[in-house]
Design a binder for this molecule. Structure first.
Ligand SMILES: Cc1ncc(COP(=O)(O)O)c(C=O)c1O
Length: 388
């Protein structure tokens, strides 16, 4: 089996992740932040250690500003529903995932003004068009750091400058970039960062978070839910303390233990080394597909030519063939696991011209090998030859 669906969720997980989760259940296991007994304190320590490591990793000012969520979608919803009120203006890009577009379209119906800046056919965000759309008084700018369709990287520092000039906050969707691209919220001017724990940070599913920068007033961010936090229990109103305000209910400390171990692996191997590995494979993949395109006209590979503008995800289509047929044959006949279709990002496909069918996406990860990529390219050539 060759797993090339790391943009959806990473697999396999590095050594230590499963062990940390078992350890959380066996050596800790009490409800964190609730009781004063040793098993509760042990679970609480696991969560705080992970918060601290994430804050340091993302260049965030305060570990308590790391709010754990179930996934990136949950974090994006918290930021968007928490910040935007009727009458507010928000600007996003046309490469956003539905994790951003769907909450924004729902908020639009409540009177939030949504402007979408059109990116180029390679997914590249034109900063001048963004600057024109971010008018004074805009409340929020939302940018997808790296596209899950084309891999295109957004110019986040430039977007931050645009947002800052207009007095807007910048929310970055780091679902595809955390663990793969260096992120320093302070240096890059990111006010809020939504991340997935189960993709490039190599943790288990059910993990993610929203990280608040120093410029964000948590008092202006409404929680998605209210409920028990283990703190200020005499109050019937939601506490304002961080992170409790946003983390009602028993947390996924077992998953967070795994996330801590995944993050430790990423930090030890190094984001730059992981990026170099993934890009070497992505280039091998693209070159293989472009060679195939030379022999089999109608094969199109998407995304910017310059690898500095991309992360590892590579999308392609073949004229006259359904992406589902290609993906099914790759899995059934060759054990090559890809993702086909719209990847929950119809706006991105509209931008690159691949609606309604979508693309076949291949996403190598930190444990993918060059031999696997070569085998996948051979399999694609065979499948395309046979299906045509
Ligand atoms: C760019 C982007 N944003 C958001 C998400 C949603 O992530 P999650 O599945 O963790 O909610 C994804 C998932 O693929 C994504 O690629």
């Amino acid at each position: 089996m060759i797993y090339l669906d790391n943009a959806a969720t990473s697999w396999p997980k590095p050594p230590g992740v499963a062990e940390a989760m078992v350890g959380a259940l066996t050596r800790a296991g009490g409800n964190p932040g609730r009781a004063g007994h040793r098993l509760s304190l042990a679970s609480g320590h696991i969560m705080y250690d992970c918060r601290e490591a994430l804050a340091e990793f993302f260049g965030a000012p305060d570990p308590l500003g790391v709010i754990f969520t179930q996934n990136a979608t949950h974090a994006l919803n918290l930021a968007l529903h928490g910040l935007l009120r009727p009458g507010a203006r928000v600007v996003c890009t046309s490469m956003e995932h539905n994790g951003v577009m769907r909450p924004l379209r729902a908020l639009e119906r409540t009177g939030v003004e949504v402007a979408v800046v059109r990116c180029g056919a390679d997914g590249v965000l034109p900063v001048d068009a963004l600057a024109a759309a971010v008018t004074p008084g805009t409340a929020l700018v939302v940018v997808n750091h790296a596209s899950n369709v084309t891999g295109t990287i957004a110019p986040v520092a430039e977007a931050a400058e645009v947002a800052r000039r207009a007095g807007a906050l910048l929310l970055v969707d780091a679902a595809q970039s955390a663990g793969t691209l260096e992120i320093d919220m302070g240096r890059m001017g990111i006010d809020l960062l939504a991340f997935a724990g189960h993709k490039g940070l190599l943790g288990p599913s059910g993990t993610g978070g929203l990280v608040l920068g120093a410029s964000v007033d948590p008092g202006r961010l409404a929680p998605l839910m209210q409920g028990g936090t283990g703190s200020r229990s005499e109050q019937e109103v939601q506490p304002e303390d961080l992170p409790d305000k946003f983390e009602s209910g028993t947390p996924n400390f077992v998953g967070i233990a795994g996330l801590g171990a995944g993050l430790a692996y990423v930090r030890e191997r190094g984001v730059a080394a992981i990026r170099a590995h993934e890009m070497k494979l992505a280039e091998r993949l693209r070159e293989g597909l472009l060679r195939l395109a030379g022999r089999a006209p109608g094969v199109t590979v998407f995304g910017p030519a310059d690898p500095a503008l991309r992360v590892g995800a590579v999308s392609f289509t073949v004229d006259g063939l359904s992406v589902s047929d290609i993906g099914f044959a790759l899995d059934e006949e060759f054990g090559v696991l890809t993702r086909v279709g719209l990847h929950c990002a119809p706006a991105a496909h509209r931008t690159i011209g691949t609606l309604p069918g979508g693309t076949v996406r291949l996403a190598p990860g930190p444990f993918t090998t060059a031999a696997e990529v070569d085998a996948a390219v051979d399999a694609i050539a065979a499948v395309v030859g046979r299906l045509r």
